[in-house]
Design a protein around this ligand. Structure first.
Ligand code: ATP
Length: 460
């Protein structure tokens, strides 16, 4: 359900995403569930493109990075070591009148712009009183803040007792830390090097919202980059540059991106520096897409102490043993796709009609090329079918045979298909077809046997 305060452009984008098979409400036929969203057939393709661009840039193209896919459910001792069991909480405040529950720090941020994430409960209470912040639902008085645990709890095996408790991972990072020595030894990696992982993470957020921006189940793309102590700030700069470049190359407008440094008192206890890459969303707020954190040797040290196993690295030249420091760039798939969709949505007036275009970069677009035979007559499908078969082997492609050509263009503009090819009755004699460009709407008549090379030049 769209919220009343949502900008009109976002409401239109949401309805487009449902109509065109990008994003569906989770459990929709049961009126939805817990602000979950499902990727439809074309949304899946956009996610794949975002992940693939990330993996290509950060893993395949580098000598100092390897991949990993660790379990979602792990030994609970992982979360004891990481500190999540004790401190992965949000300050929860409850309305005395309507009993609505809210994250206290986020309420304060909305009202005053101050970020109190990680601050003690009495400071949250003090800020709520001082700024006279009331319940956003009913205006009632808010009670005292208390700690609310964000990890999803489950039981493993047939017995549901304290001994079988386990948690769904709230981040992919810890799977990298506890596998550090196994990866380093098996792959003979030398510091500095990184381990990358893409996968689902789960957080029982007190409130969700802004569509797919904050959900309880989401996907992360994380790197833990292990460096020699003392070199972490150089690497921090490197990862900030790489992050900016990744989002710019995907097609986000640089005017809508910024880095936000965490202030001293906002920093987690183990972090010596953190900066968030933020995007300016249509609900007129900056929101985090990626966080870069210098985490010192905190995580490796914690796992070493809790497991009793050495996670030290031995420098092959100096034979010195030490725990590497870590720089962590952590990205969200869902928020990246959301930012791309918001940035790509356009409405244009064309000959008295509104044209809706999803101006995604071709690399990100779910379908690269669509083939339209003007009619389903045999003499046209004898041309369009083999053309389509040839193109789909090279790029994600669609064959669209129904409706007027104008309607077919509109459908493909809305999903961001960069090139549409119409096979018409002239094609039978001249062995050419019309290639239409999404952004300029210009049309080129191209020989059928030259179309793959023509597109290769444009799409790569
Ligand atoms: P926020 O301050 O918005 O709650 P965070 O600082 O807790 O985010 P991190 O722990 O740094 O987020 O997680 C890294 C990335 O994972 C974020 O930059 C974001 O892209 C993504 N992410 C985190 N929480 C969520 C969520 N609830 N829904 C969707 N994506 C999320």
């Amino acid at each position: 359900m769209a919220s009343e305060t949502e900008p009109a452009s976002l409401q239109k984008l949401r309805s487009l995403c449902k109509r065109r098979g990008l994003i569906f409400q989770g459990s929709e036929i049961y009126q939805g569930f817990a602000n979950q969203w499902d990727w439809g057939p074309l949304g899946v393709e956009i996610c794949r493109n975002v992940r693939e661009a990330w993996w290509n840039k950060f893993v395949t193209s580098r000598n100092d990075m390897v991949g990993l896919d660790s379990s979602i459910i792990t030994s609970p001792r992982v979360w004891e070591a990481s500190g999540h069991l004790d401190s992965f909480t949000d300050p929860l405040v409850e309305c005395d009148r309507c009993h609505g529950r809210f994250p206290g720090d986020k309420l304060i941020e909305q009202e005053t712009g101050e970020d109190l994430a990680g601050h003690p409960l009495d400071e949250i209470d003090e800020h709520i009183r001082k700024n006279e912040i009331a319940c956003p639902n009913c205006g009632g008085e808010l009670g005292e803040a208390r700690r609310f645990h964000l990890m999803f709890k489950t039981h493993v095996g047939p017995v549901e007792d304290e001994g079988s408790v386990a948690y769904l991972r709230p981040e992919t990072a810890q799977g990298i830390f506890y596998n550090f020595a196994l990866v380093q030894n098996s792959m003979r990696m030398r510091v500095p090097f990184g381990i990358a992982q893409i996968g689902k993470a789960f957080r029982n957020e007190i409130t969700t919202g802004n569509w797919i921006f904050r959900t309880r189940e989401f996907e992360q793309m994380e790197i833990e980059f292990f460096v020699e102590p003392g070199t972490e700030m150089e690497w921090f700069d490197h990862w900030q540059e790489e992050t900016w470049d990744y989002f710019r190359t995907l097609g986000l407008s640089e005017d809508k991106m910024r880095w936000r440094e965490h202030s001293e008192d906002e920093l987690s206890h183990y972090s010596s520096r953190t900066a968030d890459l933020e995007y300016y969303f249509p609900w007129e707020r900056w929101g985090e897409l990626q966080g870069t954190a210098s985490r010192t040797d905190y995580d490796l040290r914690q796992h070493q102490e809790t497991s009793g196993q050495s996670l030290e690295y031995q420098d092959p030249m100096t034979h010195e043993k030490y725990l590497p420091y870590v720089v962590e760039p952590s990205f969200g798939v869902n928020r990246t796709v959301l930012a791309l969709l918001c940035g790509a949505y356009r409405e244009e007036e064309v000959r008295g009609e509104t044209r809706v275009v999803l101006a995604l970069k071709p690399d990100v677009a779910p379908c690269k090329v669509a083939v339209f035979p003007l009619s389903r007559k045999d003499n046209l499908t004898a041309i369009s079918n083999p053309l389509f078969d040839d193109l789909r082997r090279r790029w994600p492609a669609m064959l669209d045979e129904t409706g007027s050509i104008g309607k077919r263009y509109r459908r493909h503009d809305e999903i961001g298909t960069p090139y549409c090819i119409t096979v018409d009755f002239d094609s039978i004699d001249d062995r050419k077809a019309t290639v239409r460009h999404r952004d300029t709407m210009e049309q080129d008549r191209i020989a059928l046997d030259r179309i793959p090379a023509y597109l290769e030049e444009k799409l790569g």
